[in-house]
Ligand binder design. Structure first.
Ligand code: AMP
Length: 287
């Protein structure tokens, strides 16, 4: 497995790979890899012949009071894991390599950036869109994969790729959960054992939404109230939002349309750790 730290070297490898008619697949990550990330590797393994994974904790997508410095990092473990899972290449640039002096350009996916995470993390998606566009220009993938875990991010990247005519297939892969339901996340490492137990209310709350919907409820207010009730049951979770939105446009849904997939998105703090999770109702209507 090759480890590439320079953008120029990476572009040279990408050009040579493309010139020999090989397809490049990219799994963008911030590292501290877990099985959720590995599921993304598996999701595109068959559709590319150079399987690249990038590791970059992107300062531009963290707010001033967020956890950029504290974000968990373990490069040796990540590289061993990527190699064991058959990645061909890891792109591991430094912050200076990605944001050299004088850097001043950004990408705004205007409307999709505003709700949900955008309300609580202003500027976050400008950072995400900008770094993903840069990674696409550096690694030059034919296919790139993103997790449904960060549903708004996946939708926004797909929009950006269309809007900017980026010649990359965007694959969205399902959420990988721990056996007890907790969505895998690098940030789970912040949780104390008690907090981890409390955090299970998040996936339970999404199950409550799925159960109500499966039972025929089509009233978004009733479903979000049930999600909120489950989250508030222990009184130790601070809910930032529960939203039910169209799974493509991210606009609020009141009454379900059978032709519409609905994203139920939750953000909550357990202690000081901010977690997000979601589920999709009426998935068969996904665009
Ligand atoms: P991150 O390293 O947290 O920026 O995540 C990198 C990619 O992995 C993103 O596309 C995430 O949506 C995806 N991802 C993170 N956690 C999971 C999970 N539990 N299941 C599936 N994909 C995930």
């Amino acid at each position: 497995m090759q480890v590439v730290t320079s953008t120029q070297d990476m572009q040279r490898i990408a050009d040579a790979t493309r010139a020999s008619d090989r397809r490049i697949g990219l799994v963008p990550t911030m590292g501290f890899l877990h099985e959720g990330h590995m599921s993304l590797v598996e999701a595109i393994r068959e559709s590319c012949s150079l399987l690249a994974l990038s590791i970059f904790v992107n300062p531009m997508q963290f707010g001033p009071s967020e956890d950029f410095t504290a974000y968990p990092r373990d490069i040796d473990r990540d590289l061993a894991m990527a190699e064991a899972r058959g990645c061909d290449l890891v792109f591991l640039p430094s912050t200076d390599e990605m944001y050299p002096d004088g850097f001043q350009t950004s990408i705004d996916v205007r409307t999709l950036s505003l709700p949900l995470e955008g309300e609580f993390r202003p500027g976050h998606f400008r950072g995400v869109a900008t770094i993903v566009a840069k990674l696409f220009n550096i690694v030059k993938p034919h296919v790139a994969v993103f997790g449904q875990k960060d549903a708004q991010q996946s939708i926004l990247i797909r929009r950006m790729a269309r809007d900017l005519n980026l010649d990359v297939d965007i694959v969205i892969a399902p959420i990988v959960r721990e056996p007890d339901g907790l969505a895998m996340s690098s940030r789970n490492t912040y949780l104390s054992p008690d907090e981890r137990a409390e955090a299970l209310a998040i996936s339970r709350s999404l199950h409550a939404a799925e159960a109500l919907h499966a039972g025929g409820c089509r009233d978004a207010l009733e479903i979000s109230a049930a999600v909120m009730a489950e989250l508030n049951r222990t009184g130790r979770i601070k809910v930032e939002y529960v939203r039910i939105v169209d799974a493509d446009a991210l606009v609020p849904i009141q009454a379900f349309d059978p032709r519409q997939a609905a994203l139920v998105a939750v953000a909550a703090r357990v202690g000081t750790t901010r977690l997000i999770d979601n589920t999709i109702l009426n998935r068969t209507a996904m665009p």
